[in-house]
Design a protein around this ligand. Structure first.
Ligand code: PHE
Length: 449
C-alpha cells in the first residue's frame, strides 16, 4: 500500500506544500482584516502567542496521526484504536472532516475566483477592451461562475497529477513567486507617504485591548484556519512525509512560515490603508472604524491602485496574482482531503476521483453563487466557526488518548532519535491530551454565547 501512495520527495517539498496550504487568503486577507478590526498590535501579539501555544500542538497532532497511519483522514482515525467504539467515532470524525474540507473549498473557490477576475481586470485595461473589462469587473453571476470554474479546473488538474508531480511540484514553483511579489509590494508601499503611521498602528499594541474576549476568540479561530487545522489537511500531508523527517521541527517550520507570512502580509495591507487615507481615499466606515472585509480588498485597495497612475495597473496585477496563487496552493490541500479518501477507500484512479469530486464541489460553489445572500456567510460560519474547532478538538483527543506513550515515542523518534530528552516530549503529550482540547472547547463555548 505504501508504495502505491505518494510521498514528498524532500523536506523542502513538504515545507513548500504545507506552507502553501497554510498561507492563503486567511493570511493575506483574513489576518490583516482582523488586525484592522481588533485594534492593531494587540491582535498581532495575542495571535502570535496562540499560534505557537495552541495551534502548533494541534498541528503536531495531525502530522503525527498522519505519518503514523499513512492513510487518509477517514482510514487514519478509524484505525488508530482497537476499541470498536473509538474506531467508529474515528470514522465519523474523519467523514465530518472530509465534508468540512469540501464545503470550505466550495466557498474558498468562489473568493479565489474573484481574485482571479481582479487579476484579469488590469490586463483588459492594458488591452483596452471595454466590453470585456466591464464584464470581468462586474459582479454578475455569469462572471462569478466563469472565474470559479477556471479556478476549480486549475485546482483539479494539479491534484490529478498526484503528490510529487502535482502538490509538491506546484507548491515549490508557486511559493517563491508568492514571497517575491509580497516583498516587492511591501518595499513599494513602505516608501509611500502615510505608510509609517500604518506600521505604528500595526506594531504597537494597546495593552487594554489584549484581554478582550472577542479578540482572544477571533485570534484563536484565525490561528486554526490559517494553519489549515481541523479538516485533516495537515494529517494527509503528514501521511506523505518520509520516515527520516523530524516531525516537531517540520511542524515548527510550517508554523513559523505561516505566522511569518501573516505578519508580513499585515505589513503590506495595514500601511496600504494609511497610504490610501493619505491620498484622500475613504478608509473609514459609517461607524468611524477602518474598513475591513471585502470592501478593503475590492474598494480601498483598487482605489489606491487607480490613484497610482500607470504603475497602479502593474501593482494591481501583482497584488491579485499574489492572492490567486495563495488561494491555489491552499485549495489543492483542501481538495486532497476528499480525493485521498476516495482513492484509498474505493481503490479508484486518482484522475477519476479528482474530477468527480472537483465537479461535485464546483456544483456546490455554483449553488452558493446562485443563492449568495442566504448561503455564503452561513457556510463560512458553519465550517470555520463550528466544524473546524470541533474536529480540531477531536484530533487532539485522538492523538492524546488513542496512542500509548510507547507508540507516540517510537513515531516521534523516527527522524529525531533524541526526542526523549527534548522539551517537546516533556510538554506536548500532556498538552495535547488536556490543555488544547479544554482551551479550544472553552473558546468554542464562548463563541456560541
Ligand atoms: N490555511 C488556509 C488560509 O489561510 C485555509 C485553509 C483552511 C486551507 C483549511 C486548508 C484547510 O487561507
Amino acid at each position: 500500500m505504501q508504495n502505491a501512495r505518494g510521498q514528498f520527495s524532500s523536506k523542502l517539498g513538504f515545507l513548500m506544500a504545507a506552507a502553501g496550504s497554510a498561507v492563503g487568503l486567511g493570511n493575506i486577507w483574513g489576518f490583516p482584516t482582523q488586525v484592522a478590526t481588533h485594534g492593531g498590535g494587540a491582535f498581532l501579539l495575542v495571535y502570535l502567542v496562540l499560534a505557537f501555544a495552541l495551534a502548533y500542538p494541534a498541528l503536531m497532532a495531525e502530522l503525527i496521526i498522519g505519518r503514523h497511519t499513512r492513510a487518509n483522514v477517514v482510514t487514519a482515525l478509524s484505525s488508530l484504536s482497537e476499541n470498536k467504539y473509538a474506531s467508529k467515532a474515528g470514522m465519523l470524525v474523519g467523514i465530518f472532516g472530509v465534508i468540512t474540507a469540501s464545503f470550505i473549498l466550495s466557498f474558498y473557490a468562489i473568493v479565489a475566483g474573484w481574485m482571479l477576475a481582479e487579476f484579469i481586470v488590469p490586463m483588459t485595461q492594458l488591452l483596452q477592451t471595454t466590453d470585456a473589462e466591464n464584464w470581468i469587473g462586474s459582479s454578475s453571476i455569469s462572471r462569478n461562475i466563469t472565474v470559479c470554474v477556471i479556478f476549480s479546473l486549475c485546482n483539479a488538474i494539479i491534484i490529478s497529477q498526484g503528490v510529487e508531480k502535482g502538490i509538491e511540484a506546484w507548491s515549490t514553483r508557486l511559493m517563491p513567486i508568492l514571497i517575491f511579489i509580497l516583498i516587492c509590494m511591501i518595499v513599494y508601499v513602505l516608501n509611500q507617504p502615510g505608510a509609517w503611521r500604518g506600521v505604528t498602528v500595526y506594531l504597537v499594541p494597546n495593552v487594554a485591548d489584549i484581554f478582550k474576549p472577542d479578540l482572544l476568540l477571533s485570534a484563536l479561530g484565525q490561528a486554526f484556519f490559517s494553519l489549515s487545522l481541523g479538516v485533516g489537511t495537515m494529517l494527509i500531508y503528514g501521511s506523505y512525509l518520509r520516515d527520516e523527517d523530524n516531525l516537531p521541527r517540520m511542524g515548527a517550520a510550517v508554523t513559523l512560515l505561516d505566522t511569518g507570512f501573516a505578519f508580513i502580509a499585515g505589513l503590506l495591507i495595514i500601511p496600504a490603508i494609511y497610504v490610501a487615507e493619505h491620498q484622500g481615499i475613504n478608509t473609514l466606515n459609517d461607524n468611524g472604524e477602518l474598513i475591513a472585509g471585502p470592501e478593503l480588498i475590492f474598494q480601498v485597495l483598487p482605489n489606491l491602485f487607480n490613484s497610482m497612475g500607470a504603475s497602479g495597473n502593474i501593482f494591481a496585477l501583482a497584488f491579485f496574482a499574489l492572492m490567486t496563487i495563495a488561494a491555489l496552493t491552499s485549495s489543492i490541500s483542501m481538495l486532497e482531503v476528499p480525493v485521498s479518501a476516495a482513492v484509498e477507500h474505493w481503490n479508484i484512479s486518482r484522475k477519476k476521483a479528482t474530477f468527480t469530486i472537483a465537479s461535485i464541489i464546483l456544483g456546490i460553489s455554483i449553488c452558493i453563487i446562485w443563492q449568495f445572500e442566504t448561503t455564503f456567510n452561513l457556510i463560512i460560519s458553519l465550517t470555520t466557526v463550528y466544524a473546524e474547532p470541533l474536529i480540531g478538538v477531536a484530533l487532539c483527543l485522538f492523538a492524546g488518548w488513542a496512542f500509548n506513550r510507547h507508540q507516540l515515542l517510537s513515531e516521534l523518534s523516527r527522524g529525531h532519535p533524541d526526542i526523549e530528552k527534548s522539551l517537546f516530549w516533556k510538554v506536548w503529550p500532556f498538552y495535547v491530551k488536556w490543555f488544547c482540547p479544554v482551551l479550544i472547547l472553552l473558546a468554542f463555548v464562548q463563541s456560541l454565547r
